[in-house]
Structures are given as C-alpha cells and as structure tokens.
Design a protein around this ligand. Structure first.
Ligand SMILES: *Cc1c(COP(=O)(O)O)cnc(C)c1O
Length: 405
C-alpha cells in the first residue's frame, strides 16, 4: 500500500493517466490558439476543442453548442446566477436556492442580494439533506426568475429530486440552474430529462485537470440568454471571452468520455466498497451516526459522526489517510459545517463528522486499512474522553448541571 491514502474525492480527484496522455501534445507541438482561423495550428486546436465539446455534451445529453467553457464550477455558478439576473432583471428580482448549496452559489446569491437588491429565498432541507419539490413550488412568486438547486451535495452526497424540480420550473416558465459538479460523471445526468436550463460542472472532480469547467446553457425551449461577466474577444458565443486553455479542454473531454464508458461499473464497484467501509466502521464502534440520506446518495460518499470525538482530533491521529472533517473545510474559524447544521445535526455531532470520498483508484486494501485505523483511533480518543465515560456509565449528559465559568 502507498501512503498517504487518498479518500477526499469530493475535493478533487487525481488526473486519470489516460487523460494526461491525451493532453500532453497540446502543451507542446500542438500549441495553437483555437481562435486562430488563418492557419493549421489554429485549425488543429479548434478541431481538438470541438472533439472535447462533443465528448462532454454526450455525457450530459446536450448539444455541443450549448457548452460554455469556464475556469471551473465556481465561475460557472457565478456566470449562471449573475448572467441570468442581469439579463432577466426586467422580468423579476427574485431567485430561489437552498441553504446547503456550495459556497460558489451561496456567496454569489448573497452578493446579488447585497449589491444588486435581488431577493433570495433559501429553502430548508429535510433531515436527510434533500430539497422538497413542494417547497420549491411554494416559494415561487410572479417575480421569480431563477431556481438554483444542486444535484448532489458535496459533503453528504445526498441527491436531490432534480427531475421533479425541473418539471415545476418548466411548468412555471422559470429558468432552472443546477450545480451538478458532484454528480456529473458519477451518476447519470440528462439535461433534457431533468429539465435543466443551466448546469455547472468541473473537470477536476471527475479525473480531469484543474482549471477548466463548463456551464451548460440551453439553446432551445427555452433559449436561455445570459449576460457575460468577462468582455473581450467574444469567445464562447460572447458568453465567456478569453483564449481557451486547449490542453485542459482536451483533458476535460477525455475525462468525460472515460466517465461515460465506465460510470455504471465504477459506481457499482465504489458503492460496494463504500458499503464495506460503512459496515466495517458501524460494526466496530458504537454511537456512529450516518449523515445524509441512507440510499439516495452518491455511490462513493460516506459521511458519519463519531459521538464524543472531535473530527479534527481524529484527523490528527490519522495523518496517513487524507479525509475531510465537518469543521475544517468551510472556514478557518472551525465553525461546524453549515450543511450538517442545516440537516438539524447538533453542533457536537457536526464537529464529530468525517467525510469519506472514495474514487477510481481506491483499493480494497485501502478501505480495509482505513476501517482498522478509524476503529483504533476513535476507541483511543474515546478512552480519553470523560464525556464518553460518563455516557457509558449511564449518566444522562443532558441532565448534568455544568458549573458556570
Ligand atoms: C467543487 C465544487 C464547486 C467548485 O468547483 P471548482 O471547479 O473547484 O471551482 C462548486 N460546486 C460544487 C458542488 C463543488 O463540489
């Protein structure tokens, strides 16, 4: 086994060697600018970009002309929200999103509220982390111009009922944006069937390179128009100016092609591995709680809270395994995860949470080793915890009168 073991696939994934191999010539001899129309270098680059566009479009059942390349999902989310608000401002000033969205959507919505006077409804999720289509329906007003709901959550892996939400949006004639960054390449995504009008995703979460993403922008029924955030040479049909990073785009395309070919088998394999990880942990320890939906979740995701153990302390004791805790990832201040808090997870259990993200290159041995080390480390930390000891002795911790200090 090679250390450290990588189990943080929701943050990023390693590049697939087959993707890298496809990209390399575009860093060297095939260096043309895809916008150079006058010579062979440009034609070669443009052709490579068009091949990638087809590979990406195929994975999400879109037309290649409906893709706008960006620097990643953060930019795609910004472009979708800001672009729609600016373009459709006369139609209304209200948008609907949800409280467990990625910061790229939430922070953009907040900026639109404070700087542009947009009214934003933040829907609550149920205790498994899902948005209710009925809540979406009830939040719609005659001023609503955009609904933005993520496909799968990046912390707990819960998969939202996107089809139902898309249907409501269509019925009411409101644009529907979906941040599908965690889902594309992992579970089937079909923008037609799901009724999605705009969709963000990124290469580096699906074994492609960092620094390139896409925004799907529907071309017909309805034809969606967005105001650009960057003005320049009018690239990407005017929606995102700037010279395309051809090697990255080529890698993004190859990554999508591989996902399309391997997704079904990979999802099955990772779900089985994740289930072994979960069962191993649950069988070896008491007071472990699953966060998120038991079944409607990404196949490679597991998020659990280990009562009486600080997630941060657990990670300190497990330096040879790359994991993410529900405290650290969102801020430098060790606030517990706002996603877990939105599900109603108490502050203690939110601080005790760990996210496991399996990936294409995770092995059975790594999972087995992780189970063993988690059990050892949680047991050791609990042995040092007076609270755990009291709970085991039958003291009801809620009834304890703590001395004021
Ligand atoms: C990672 C992620 C993003 C940001 O993607 P970048 O390409 O790193 O900008 C946005 N939304 C979700 C749900 C993510 O998981």
């Amino acid at each position: 086994m090679k250390f450290p073991i990588y189990l943080d696939s929701h943050s990023t994934t390693p590049i697939d060697p087959r993707v890298l191999e496809t990209m390399l010539p575009y860093f060297t001899e095939k260096f043309g600018n895809a916008a150079s129309r006058n010579h062979a270098f440009g034609w070669e680059a443009e052709e490579a970009v068009e091949v990638a566009r087809k590979q990406i479009a195929r994975l999400i059942h879109a037309d290649p002309k409906e893709l706008v390349f960006t620097s990643g999902a953060t930019e795609s989310d910004n472009l979708a929200l800001r672009g729609v608000v600016e373009m459709y401002r006369e139609k209304g000033d209200h948008m609907i999103t949800n409280s467990t969205e990625h910061r790229a959507v939430l922070d953009t919505a907040k900026a639109l509220e404070s700087k542009r006077g947009v009214k934003v409804t933040y829907l609550h999720v149920d205790k498994s982390g899902l948005v209710s289509p009925d809540d979406v329906r009830h939040a719609i007003t005659d001023k609503t111009i955009l609904i933005s709901i993520m496909l799968a959550n990046n912390e707990i892996g819960s998969i939202n009922p996107i089809r139902e939400i898309g249907k409501i949006a269509k019925e009411k004639g409101i644009l529907f944006h979906c941040d599908a960054t965690q889902g594309v390449g992992k579970i089937p995504v079909d923008v037609q069937e799901m009724g999605i009008d705009l969709m963000s995703f990124t290469a580096h979460k699906m074994y492609g390179p960092k620094g390139v993403g896409a925004l799907y922008v529907r071309k017909k029924a309805p034809r969606v128009r967005i105001a650009p955030m960057i003005d320049g040479g009018g690239h990407e049909r005017g929606m995102r100016s700037g010279t395309l990073p051809v090697p990255l785009v080529v890698g993004f395309g190859k990554a999508c092609e591989l996902c399309e070919q391997e997704m079904t088998a990979e999802a099955r394999r990772l779900a089985a591995m994740r289930d072994r990880l979960e069962a191993g942990i649950m069988n070896g320890l008491d007071e472990v709680y699953l966060n998120g939906h038991p079944t409607q979740r990404l196949p490679h995701n597991l998020n659990v809270s280990f009562a009486y153990v600080e997630g941060e302390s657990l990670l300190m004791g497990l330096k040879e395994i790359a994991l993410s805790s529900g405290s650290a990832c969102t801020s430098a201040t060790l606030e517990p995860s706002y996603v877990l808090r939105a599900l109603g997870v108490g502050s203690d259990l939110a601080h005790s949470s760990i996210r496991f993200g399996l990936g294409r290159f995770t092995t059975d041995d790594e999972v087995e080793y992780t189970v063993k080390r988690i059990i050892e480390t949680v047991t050791r930390l609990r042995e040092m915890s007076p609270l755990y000891e009291m709970a085991k002795e039958g003291v009801d911790l809620k009834s304890v009168q703590w001395a004021a200090h």
